[in-house]
Design a protein around this ligand. Sequence first.
Ligand code: SAH
Length: 369
Amino acid sequence: MTRSASPREKTPLEERLISLIKSRGPISIADYMADALFHPHDGYYTSQTPIGAKGDFTTSPEISQIFGELIGAWLVQSWEDIGAPKSFNLVELGPGRGALMQDALRAARLRPVFLDAARIWLVEMSGRLRHEQRRRLKIAGIAPEWADSFADVPAAPTLLVANEFFDCLPIRQFVRTETGWRERLVGVEAGHLAFTTATVPPPPSVTLPDKASARIGDIFEINEPAESLIEAIAQAFVAQSGRALIIDYGHVHSGFGDTLQSVRSHAHWPALASPGKADITAHVNFDRLLARAFAAGAAAHGPVAQGAFLERLGIAARLERLSAGKSAEEVADLFAGAHRISSPTQMGELFKALCVSSPGLNAPAGFEA
Ligand code: SAH
């Protein structure tokens, strides 16, 4: 595996980025992230096996089947809330290995009319992961359709779910210098990729906090693709009924800080080392997503901590039901998985759920005050 890899080892993508930067100058962190994750040949998601014990990180649906099952029940409830349309899109953004959708649809079998009405869309850029999703869902008798982006999914009443998708979307960073905000860029130093700072101020189209509110060295992050996507989802839900559940790690309030992070083989990794061989993400700024959803005329709820959300959806009762008749070892595994996804010291607090809805619907399950 990659455990013995060294951050000084150059990947083909790094070589190419270095020569590009040497000829054209430093690039934005967003351009770096987009290439590192989705370069057609050497991007991380296009060329690696990211998720699971053999990959670099694991996620809630991979840890516990209960995660997807509770979301399946949430989706059925939400379908009722949007008026139980006879035909609707069930969209997942970034389905990874397909575990969430598989578990959610198994739980939804209790309402066959829901399954009959659902047209399943998976928004996925990686051919490798599409292949895995097809395989996994075929076993469950499900034939989804794929799209490259949410914009490519045909308009219809929609339920949408996204777990650990928004954290992959490319951020830009701005650093407060003596003279004001400057974009933080990726350049080359001593033959390796290194952070640098733009010499000129960003254009006025970039909205940044008042420079007096920041100290020298403070970093402010903007995720334009994430904000545009929330806006597109909100607009779709104003035009037609819909509801989205977005779960990710991040902060509730906008603030200053560098949240760019990379992992390889389940351990932290320097963000500019071995692009294409390590995952690279940033925290989601829920404040800004909420503001964008409201501005587009949608309703939005949360964020609520993942642990509280799963408790309200009945994780304890589901755990009891699943444990009945199981061996002591199986029960211990079920409890360990549930603990990991819901405990505040593990994934229960840092991860948060946000709901965006058509205006005027019932309050969504799990978001009660
Ligand atoms: N939801 C899954 C996987 C999370 S990893 C889970 O919880 O296990 C992120 C997923 O989003 C991967 O499937 C990745 O290929 C996909 N992805 C990331 N950015 C994307 C983009 N811009 N367009 C389409 N898919 C993307």
